[in-house]
Design a protein around this ligand. Sequence first.
Ligand SMILES: Cc1ncc(COP(=O)(O)O)c(C=O)c1O
Length: 387
Amino acid sequence: MGNPLVERMQGFGTTIFAEMSALAVTTGAINLGQGFPDTDGPPQMLAAATHAIESGRNQYPPGPGIPELRAAIAVHQRRFYGLEVDPDREVLVTAGATEAIAAVVLALCEPGDEVVTFEPYYDSYAATIALAGAVRRTSVLRFPDFAVDEASLRAAFSSRTRLVLLNTPHNPTGKVFSRAELELICALAREHDAWVVTDEVYEHLVFDGSEHVPVATLPGMASRTLTISSAGKTFSATGWKVGWVHGPEAAVTAVRTVKQFLTFVASGPFQPAVAVALGLEDSVYAGLASSLQAKRDLLCEGLRAGGLQVTQPAGTYFVIADAAPLGVTDALAFCRRLPGLCGVVGVPVSVFHDDPDAARTLVRFAFCKRDDVLHEAVSRLAALSPG
Ligand SMILES: Cc1ncc(COP(=O)(O)O)c(C=O)c1O
């Protein structure tokens, strides 16, 4: 029967994450390849989930999400960003940010429409754009500073541009887009009458006083912006898959139309727990960021001591390191050898690119791990150093 997979999804086979995680298991290496924390989020949130399960909140929640979570999302947007969001008409709860991204792209794009995004990109972007039959147009963020290149960004826009799919703070680079960069992106979106879809799942994971600027707060942008986030990163609960999208009512209605036929609903008892978490005091949010900042410093120091060149990330829980100073010319081959060389796993950044040459020698490592795990990883990485 040949390959039953539809043509537009060919090329999206097993991801490098599966290969590298399997390698970590078989070699006993420390897995800094996958981006999930190895500790739990706030105890109040965990207790609220247990309570929800024990008190019978185990059936389908309402399609748009439970009212208390939608209200908590609206309060969160006002509290941190001064955004006014109507929880009944402008918020939709989704199965993680991943479903929100898919539902938005499928709802807004006709086949042949173009989606502008930056590479490297989170891998679901490319697959989702392909699923929609849309066309990906990218602008490359280049190591070491990952600055937006205005000329290439302008060139990515055309009369077919339907939306810009942006991610700030940005996985895998750890970049937090500056206000000026966002203003440029928004000006181009307005010029081309395009939507801006902004994936802000790392909104609270920013360091050194960097400012996360939600696109919807920029002048005139709320009416053409769909903002996506999720509880997974903010509250170290990636397995709960509670995400959301908010924006103008007509767009959220369109997204809900698609979303109801993807999962319909998800994560029933976790929704009230995330509502509790969103309302926790500022110190909970700040505590996670400061603990991650210390972990970032630890891993960056260890990578430098191992002889790699590192760009210090301003946000997220990822760092990109260049292995070229070690004589590496192919990061994929290097990552396959890394467990044997020093007992650590990372992922080659080329898998997040259309143009693998843009990241030939770059490796992404995650630092959302316990301190003892990171200390051990750092001592192992020291073995890479030639001198
Ligand atoms: C940029 C980005 N967007 C979305 C997601 C997925 O979020 P969720 O687990 O809520 O679906 C991730 C997860 O790694 C991510 O890095």
